[in-house]
Design a protein around this ligand. Structure first.
Ligand code: ADP
Ligand code: MG
Length: 259
């Protein structure tokens, strides 16, 4: 049984088939990247995996249990979490407070007022603060944990979004273009960050345009074009795959084969 199984996922929007019968499986602790030209269906595929969209057909299984069709928060509780956009960062809180709050939001199901006054709540708050500090440290944000989020540079804000997602203790982390808009130095740091996340046993699914980063970081790559999977393999195999090179022809902003 595979850890994460994507089985025959299809998503239609009216007459457009954005994701067409895609299947692949992911091992625990793997970094798997999904690449493909703009509009290929990558983000839609991730939304299906995170259950932010309902598939037209097909299903997603985690550890043998079907997660597709469930609510996004249930899927998150099952362990599949995607990164938060910068807009969900609280700009007037520090980096540390942002991650602590997301731990506490993860404690759910208890009325806030009642919960925060209990001894359990105080113990949980201490544990959340320790865990938040640890996450920021291993993402390389330890030195800015006391900074207000609104003062953080773009790259750090992205990393903070990942820290917030990690507070939910995911088993699978979905990252849709985490390196977009980063300069090469920020990208290098972010690549190390993703490797650090994997070292902690978290499986990482990545959609990314930065081919240099993708080739460096991925254990395996799935290539999507016009909604369909056209290739799957090791980075070296993907680089040399004629169908992949063909799919990328004519795209200026994405190159393959040269890395
Ligand atoms: P990618 O992330 O690979 O660039 P997307 O998954 O965002 O591609 O989009 C795949 C195709 O599906 C595109 O043609 C896009 O316009 C279309 N699409 C995505 N989301 C929707 C939606 N909510 N409604 C209609 N069409 C959509
Ligand atoms: Mg996209």
């Amino acid at each position: 049984m595979s850890f994460l199984a994507i089985e025959n996922l299809t998503k239609r929007f009216g007459g457009l088939t954005a994701v067409n019968d895609i299947s692949f499986s992911v091992s625990q602790g793997e970094i798997l990247s999904v690449i493909g030209p703009n509009g290929a269906g990558k983000s839609t595929l991730f939304k299906l995996i995170g259950s932010f969209l309902k598939p037209s057909s097909g299903r997603v299984l985690l550890d043998g249990a079907v997660v597709s069709g469930r609510q996004p928060h249930q899927v998150a509780q099952a362990g599949i979490v995607r990164t938060f956009q910068e807009t969900t960062v609280f700009k007037e809180m520090t980096a540390l407070q942002n991650v602590i709050v997301s731990h506490q939001l993860g404690l759910k199901a208890t009325p806030f007022g009642a919960y925060f006054s209990t001894a359990t709540a105080r113990a949980d708050a201490r544990a959340a603060a320790e865990s938040a500090a640890e996450i920021l440290d291993y993402l390389g944000l330890g030195h800015v944990k006391g900074e207000l989020a609104r003062n953080l540079p773009h790259g750090h804000l992205r990393a903070l979004g990942i820290a917030i997602a990690l507070a939910a203790k995911p088993r699978v982390l979905l990252l849709d273009e985490p390196f977009a808009g980063m300069n090469p130095e920020e990208t290098d740091r972010a690549v190390e960050m993703v490797e650090g996340i994997r070292k902690r046993g978290i499986t990482v699914l990545l959609v990314e345009h930065d081919m240099r980063a993708v080739m460096r970081i991925s254990d395996r790559i799935v290539v999507v074009s016009f909604g369909s999977k056209i290739a799957e393999g090791l980075p070296a195999e993907i680089r040399a795959n004629p169908a992949v090179i063909e799919a990328y022809l004519g795209q200026d902003d994405e190159t393959i084969g040269s890395y």
